[in-house]
Every structure is written in C-alpha cells, then in structure tokens.
Design a binder for this molecule. Structure first.
Ligand code: TRP
Length: 386
C-alpha cells in the first residue's frame, strides 16, 4: 500500500487531506457501487494514486497542481459510467498523470512513463503509442493536454487502458495533418478521408491492453450543432439509427421535438461544443466502426438535479436501468445536486457496429471547486440554446 492509500480513508483532519485521499476515496466508493471486489478496487485505487505522482500527496487546501483541462475545476481525474442494456454499468477513470509537471513536454514524458509501467505490469505492447511519439510528445509540445489515460475498471483485475493525445501538440494549424499522419502510421490509410469536417481535433485516442479489437479514435469538435446536423456527422456504416441520435441530442440538450409548424429555427448548442468521435478497428475499408456523440450537458442545464433528470430520461429511453447513477453521484459528493452544476460533465451516445447503443455519463471529482448553479428559470433567459 502506498502512503496515499493508507492516509486515504483514515484522514479525518480536513487540513491534512490530499488530492490522493480525495480521488482514492471516490474511486473506492464508486467501485462498491459498480459491484467491484474490494481487492480489485484497492488495486485500482493504488494505481490511480501512484500514477498521479507528486500531485497525489499534494494538500487539497492548495490550488490544483496545474490548470488541467481535464475538468472545469482542474482536478486531474474524472470518472465515468457506461450503461448498456444487456450488462452491468462499467466504471472508468480518466487521469492526467503528468499534471504536476512544469510544462507540456514534461507532462507528456511523465505520462508516457506511467503508461510504460502499466504495460510492463499487465504485459501489453506500447508499439502503437511508440510509433506516434514524435508526432504528439515533442520537446516543445503546446496546448491543453499532452497525455491522459483512462482505465476501464474491469472486475477481472486487468483493466483496459486508453491513451489520449493532443493532435494540436505542434499547433492547431498542424492538427489535421498530425491526425492524418498518425492514422497512416497505424495502418488506417483511408481513415482520415472518412472523417467529418470539424472545427478542431481535440483528441486522438488509442486502446492498449486486453481489448478484443483495439481502436484508434479521432475526436472532432462541432460548435453550434443542431439535432439534424448531429445525425449527419456519423460516418460509420452501419451506424446508429438517425432517430436514436436525434432523440439523444434532444433529451441531452433539453430541447423539444420540432413541431413542424412554421419555420422555427432548429435549436443549436451555442456554448461548449458537442464532440463527435469515430473509431477505427480494421483498415481494409477505411470505414469507421464506431460513432460517439458527446454533449457537454453542464453548459445546458441550470444545476445537477436537471442534469440527472436528463441522464435518467436518456437511460430509460434506451432501455437501461439508471439506479446506479444516483448512487454513483452520492458516492462522489454529499452536496445537494441543486447546489451546483458540472458534477455531470458530459452525456454520450456510443454506437459500435452490431452492438446495442451505450450511454456514458461523465462525472466530475470536484476536488477543488463546485460551479454555482444558474438562477431558476423565472430569473433568467433560458437554457442557452439559440
Ligand atoms: N474537460 C474537457 C472538456 O470538457 C475534456 C474532457 C473531459 C472530455 N472529459 C471528457 C471531453 C469527456 C469529452 C468527453 O472538453
């Protein structure tokens, strides 16, 4: 056990609580909600604490270790639950391991070292990542991230690992060329041409470890998106039913169905943009095998009570049981949901070839701050849709 873990649950003195104590406590409580064995949860908690390096033992009373883009209050950790109609929800944790570094180059180096440790611990190859190092992890890397990882906390004790990289590491003008070159090196020679036009390429992600069919995923940002435009973004064949994408968009964004009367404009997401993600598994056809739409629900609700209602409406529409979600939120924070906004950061609809659609709910750690709720409806102009 690391010191962080030992301190983890025993620190009663608020002034000595560390970032590690906070996120480890959350991970252990969430693992119980998700039905993981205590021994697996303890292992995952230790990996989380160790991977944060110096940030883990940093006092919570200090400011965040860096202005991490991973979450709004700069906690370098975020959790998510993926719901499927035919199985128990899967718990994941997203981490910025290099968050305590002085610059993005060092941040990336520390991140890479953490991934290499995991690779030797669980005996998987990092070849896919190694061949991209000179594109994404540069001595003068720029931008909001260098390397993040996510672990799917599998009941087997061997997690699935995902690594997130920044296509704009050498400047946003280079991002498209970097994505194209990365896909090419990974053998997906036709893939870039299959992507929809996006305003930006915020992430490229790789699956590492014991995946059945490891994916390369490319994220594109789509400011001002409407429901019908969201349907048109999908390039996967067979993709999700357009009606499913439109319903997801409306339930997540909180907009009604078009009445069909008159020429009312379609509501658009005019705050933080929706993100699309296309995943590539085989490289013969160049066609993506999966499509995911992410909606930053926190910018389109007044408070987390409303965000939970949206998530519940989605889960029941798509035939999934959502009881675990309320328990998960209670495992993260004791604050009333109406006292803040951003605990639920994103809602996502994922479609992967012949599988049933999945809904992912991203939940914030709020180690450093809670964003205040917006004023009730009567006092403000509406939920930011133009
Ligand atoms: N905080 C960033 C954002 O809001 C990155 C991020 C964290 C993110 N979790 C995510 C992006 C889940 C998409 C989905 O964009």
């Amino acid at each position: 056990m690391t010191t962080a873990l030992l301190i983890g649950e025993s620190a009663t003195d608020e002034s000595s609580r560390t970032l590690g104590d906070h996120v480890v406590g959350q991970l252990l409580r969430l693992s119980a909600v998700a039905g993981l064995k205590d021994t697996d949860a303890a292992l995952y908690a230790q990996i989380l604490a160790d991977s944060l390096g110096a940030a883990s033992t940093r006092l919570l009373s200090l400011p965040p270790p860096s202005a991490s883009f991973l979450s709004d209050d700069h906690t370098p950790v975020e959790f998510s639950l993926t719901f499927r109609p035919d199985a128990a929800p899967a718990l994941r944790v997203l981490v910025e391991p290099g968050c305590a570094a002085d610059d993005m180059a060092d941040n990336g180096r520390q991140g890479l070292a953490v991934i290499r440790d995991m690779a030797s611990r669980w005996d998987f190859s990092t070849a896919q990542l190694d061949c991209l190092e000179d594109l994404f992890l540069l001595p003068d890397s720029q931008g909001p991230l260098a390397l993040w990882y996510a672990l799917e906390l599998h009941p087997s004790g061997a997690p699935k690992v995902k690594v997130y990289l920044n296509p704009a590491a050498s400047g946003s003008m280079q991002a498209a060329a970097t994505v194209r070159e990365a896909l090419h090196r990974l053998g997906h020679r036709q893939a870039f041409a299959a992507l929809p036009d996006g305003a930006a390429y915020p992430f490229l992600a790789l699956d590492l470890g014991p995946w059945e069919s490891p994916r390369v995923k490319v994220y594109t940002a789509h400011p001002g998106l409407s429901a019908s435009e969201a349907c048109a973004l999908n390039r996967a064949q067979p993709g999700p039913a357009p009606e499913d994408v439109a319903t997801f968009f409306r339930l997540a964004a909180g907009v009604g169905r078009p009445t069909g009367e008159g020429n009312e404009p379609e509501p658009r997401l005019d705050r933080r943009p929706a993100l699309a993600c296309h995943s590539f598994t085989e490289n013969e056809t160049g066609q993506p095998s999966g499509f995911t739409l992410h909606i930053p629900v926190r910018d389109y609700v007044r408070n987390d009570d409303e965000a939970l209602d949206r998530a519940d409406a989605l889960l029941s529409h798509f035939g999934m049981k959502g009881a675990v979600l309320s328990d998960a939120l209670a495992a993260l924070t004791s604050r009333p949901l109406s006292d803040g906004v951003g605990l639920i950061a994103y809602l996502a609809l994922a479609h992967q070839r012949d599988r049933l659609p999945r809904i992912t709910v991203y939940i914030s750690s709020e180690a450093y701050a809670v964003r205040p709720p917006l004023a009730p409806l009567a006092e403000q102009a509406g939920p930011h849709l133009r």
